[in-house]
Ligand binder design. Sequence first.
Ligand SMILES: C[S@@+](CC[C@H](N)C(=O)[O-])C[C@H]1O[C@@H](n2cnc3c(N)ncnc32)[C@H](O)[C@@H]1O
Length: 266
Amino acid sequence: MLTLARRLAPAVLKRGFWTLRTAASDRRRARSRKRELRRLMRVFGVRRGKHAAELEYWQMCWEREGGRLNNEHFRKRFLAMAGEPDAELLRGKVVADFGCGPRGSLCWATAARERIGIDVLIDAYRRFGIERHNMTYVRSYESHIPLATHSIDVLFTLNALDHVDRFEPLCAELLRILRPGGTFIGSFNLDEPPSETEPQLLTEERIAAGLLRRLRVVSCRVAPKGPDDDCYRYFFRAPPLGRAGPRILWVRGEKPSGVERPAPDG
Ligand SMILES: C[S@@+](CC[C@H](N)C(=O)[O-])C[C@H]1O[C@@H](n2cnc3c(N)ncnc32)[C@H](O)[C@@H]1O
């Protein structure tokens, strides 16, 4: 006991007892989080902690929503992002959603000729019953989307590009698969500090440089992020005055026909 006290004394004097206690409990928490992620990696058959954490979120939604994943909200949200009153824009088109998640985000888009969900976790999402959706699913990689160049007419992405490991290469991939004259419609969470599942800090400048510079922007709107259960609220009604904190960017753009190379800076 005395030996331990002697050993700890200099550190206690230097950093204070409470700092040491907090550091120890932080380490304990980090260890138990690591153990939990390893368990989830085994359960879901994934190799990365980041993917296990993503799946932990969907498992929680599945339980909260009574053994299913609701998808009724996507129609209203995607049409609002597009600035369209109905789904006519999609009629007869090949439509895709990058970072689609397991909910069946394009099930509502029945006017489309084909509905494609692209996600890095497609294999693991099968346990949530995605094969019952009227969609085709494609497993994406961190810097490559296995779809043909110019194969997509309308490309959605919603709250996904801050989740990727490599933002710029995936932006290039999105632009590659979109056909010239095709429509890009995206929602991006801005200003959020990087986390386990969201390694990218997105800013307007970064999105402009990676994507918008190569599109003809049709609309671009920014609103404060709403509460967790309704984070797009302030695209539908005015935010309280002076509301600060993270924001969300909605953009719709068209890929110019015949432009294959990025425009020069400036
Ligand atoms: C927050 S979820 C959003 C899901 C869906 N868009 C929604 O709003 O319900 C982010 C999704 O991005 C996916 N994702 C992360 N990195 C990816 C990558 N490199 N390629 C494709 N999808 C990726 C995740 O697997 C996850 O399904």
